[in-house]
Design a protein around this ligand. Structure first.
Ligand code: PLP
Length: 554
């Protein structure tokens, strides 16, 4: 065996070299780059949903807390990454990976993303981003237009205006939601006479000035957990994010909302924002946005819509009407890294009124001077990458009709899958797809019948065992690595609002075929048979119930 005598040194010269543009196309870096592309492509073609190596074994490769005292050659380190990292990662763009909202990416983004990394622009200020700033402002304008359809004059006036902002580009839906509620809070507790506003004087003085006993934000019980984080960081506390119950389609119950608002008023608690969800994370259902807008208006609340996942539906002329009323929202969250198919780290909050973001405006002398067009004066985050470029490129390359096809096909596929589940005697559809998301579970046909005949106690036992079985199947399926669905817990009306564990499927990948969906069901049926505890429990209870029924009939 040839001994490898190469040794990397941390020298002035080697450090200088890693910051120098590699000249020859056949340079070492050029070779490494080619190898990485080939390896990534191989990984993306061969691996399926996940690998079965246990996490504890993988952790062993990442166990040292020492920063290396000697440098490595890029080529050697690349091999480590390909072996230990790439090979052990999750193939989220596999057509059978249908469990989450971030999915396949168009391949053109790989070479284009080099522009972003290569130029390393910082969008916090013009000095470090130049053309990237107008590009990002244009992207925000395009999304504003998608939601609000204002006139050309409106966009000419506001899109590049120094003292205004149509929204903020950020790392994701979480930051977008926090930003929206931050603006809402600061607007509700704005400067007034001697009082210089909550941004300046803080919550304690703001509450004294306005004479409120507390503040609240309302959202349905299907609201995303990021809203709880927002309530926490905004100082109103998680308890002040009030979860309103939903109807049997997972949409906010408007009567319950009105009642909660009346109760808050009686307690001198100011609800400063109502959040509508346009595509809940768990079931994909959309709140009645138009009616929510009426209620928010009547109660002088900021109306925010969390369309992190479902907002991309606006690209579809066919399905856009599902979000009717969104154009009345004061602010809207949309994640580009979900159904707009750009890489992770791309969220946006858009504000209807270009002046609203002044509520959180921030200036600093060496940076973000007043009157500059710096985007950083209206963002929670400081330094930010040129990620907007990838959304800009995707919107140009794919175009609105292209996105419409992606959205429509996804929804149609979800409807097809729902029909498959309903037609199958051993499965139960839990939530009908409104967008491309649905939930279901495995319930053997006999058990479905037994459930209609069971006593309250038997029903309880069956439902509990079914929850365990769903969990068992989902874990086994993930471990076996052929396909992946996620799981969540709902409280369906059909099952008396009892906690029900379900499979959750998001059908965003254009390469997912109907055959794959049929295979997922077959695989789940087969995996159920491997359950040595829950399935036998379910079967014996089912037998008992069905036998009793037979006897009483004969
Ligand atoms: C995904 C999602 C979020 C959070 O977005 P991140 O990009 O994960 O921060 C918020 N709300 C809804 C409805 C979502 O689906």
């Amino acid at each position: 065996m040839a001994v490898d005598n190469r040794k990397a040194d941390a020298t002035e010269e080697s450090l200088h070299r890693i910051f120098t543009v590699p000249e020859a196309p056949d340079s070492t870096l050029g070779r490494i780059e080619k190898e990485i592309s080939e390896n990534l492509n191989a990984f993306l073609q061969t691996h399926i949903a996940a690998t079965e190596k246990p996490l504890v074994d993988i952790e062993k490769d990442f166990s040292s807390a020492d920063i290396p005292e000697t440098p490595s050659f890029v080529s050697d380190h690349t091999h480590f990454l390909l072996d230990k990292l790439v090979a052990q990662s999750v193939h989220t763009s596999a057509p059978s990976f249908i469990g989450h909202m971030t999915s396949a990416l168009p391949y053109f983004l790989m070479p284009l993303s080099k522009i972003m990394i290569g130029l390393n622009q910082n969008l916090v200020k013009i000095e470090t981003s130049k053309a990237f700033t107008p590009l990002e402002r244009q992207v925000l304008g395009m999304l504003h237009n998608l939601i609000y359809h204002e006139s050309d004059d409106f966009y000419q006036q506001w899109m590049h205006s120094a003292n205004h902002s149509l929204g903020a580009f950020c790392s994701g839906g979480t930051i977008a939601n926090i930003t929206a509620l931050w603006v809402a809070r600061n607007h509700a507790l704005r400067p007034d006479g001697e009082f210089r506003g909550v941004a300046q004087e803080g919550l304690f003085k703001a509450m004294k000035h306005y004479g409120y006993d507390d503040l609240a934000v309302l959202v349905s019980e299907r609201g995303h957990y990021s809203l709880k984080k927002a309530a926490d960081v905004l100082g109103i506390g998680r308890d002040s994010l009030i979860a309103v119950k939903t109807d049997d389609h997972n949409r906010i119950d408007l009567q319950a909302l009105e009642q909660t608002l009346a109760e808050l008023k009686a307690k001198n608690i100011k609800p400063f924002a109502i959040v509508g969800v346009a595509g809940t994370t768990e079931t994909g259902n959309i709140d009645p946005l138009d009616q929510l807008a009426d209620i928010a208006q009547a109660h002088d609340c900021h109306f925010h819509i969390d369309a992190a996942w479902g907002g991309a539906t606006l690209m579809s002329h066919k399905y856009r009407p599902l979000l009717k009323g969104i154009e009345r929202a004061d602010s809207v969250t949309i994640d580009a890294h979900k159904q707009l198919y750009v890489p992770m780290g791309a969220g946006m909050v858009i504000f209807k009124n270009p002046a609203l973001m002044t509520a959180i405006e921030h200036h600093a002398e060496y940076i973000l001077r007043k009157g500059s067009k710096d985007l950083g004066s209206h963002t929670l985050e400081g330094s930010r990458s040129g990620m907007a470029m990838l959304l800009f490129a995707s919107m140009n390359i794919i175009s609105r009709p292209g996105y419409e096809m992606l959205i429509n096909n996804s929804i149609d596929k979800a409807k097809h899958f729902a029909a498959l589940i309903k037609a199958h005697p051993d499965f139960e559809l839990i939530s009908e797809p409104e967008l491309c998301l649905l939930t279901y579970r495995y319930v053997p046909a006999d058990t479905q019948r037994a459930l209609t005949l069971a006593t309250a106690e038997e029903k309880e036992s069956l439902l509990n065992a079914l929850n365990d079985l769903t969990k068992f199947i989902q874990k086994r399926q993930r471990e076996s690595g052929k396909s992946f669905v996620s799981r969540t817990r709902l409280n369906p009306v059909k099952w008396d609002r009892k906690i029900t564990t379900v499979f959750r499927v998001v059908l965003a990948n254009p390469l997912t075929t109907e055959t794959i969906l049929e295979d997922v069901l077959s695989e789940q049926r087969a995996l159920a048979k491997l359950s040595s505890i829950s399935l036998p429990t379910i079967q014996s209870l089912t037998d008992t119930i069905l036998k009793r029924e037979q006897i009483s009939l004969s």
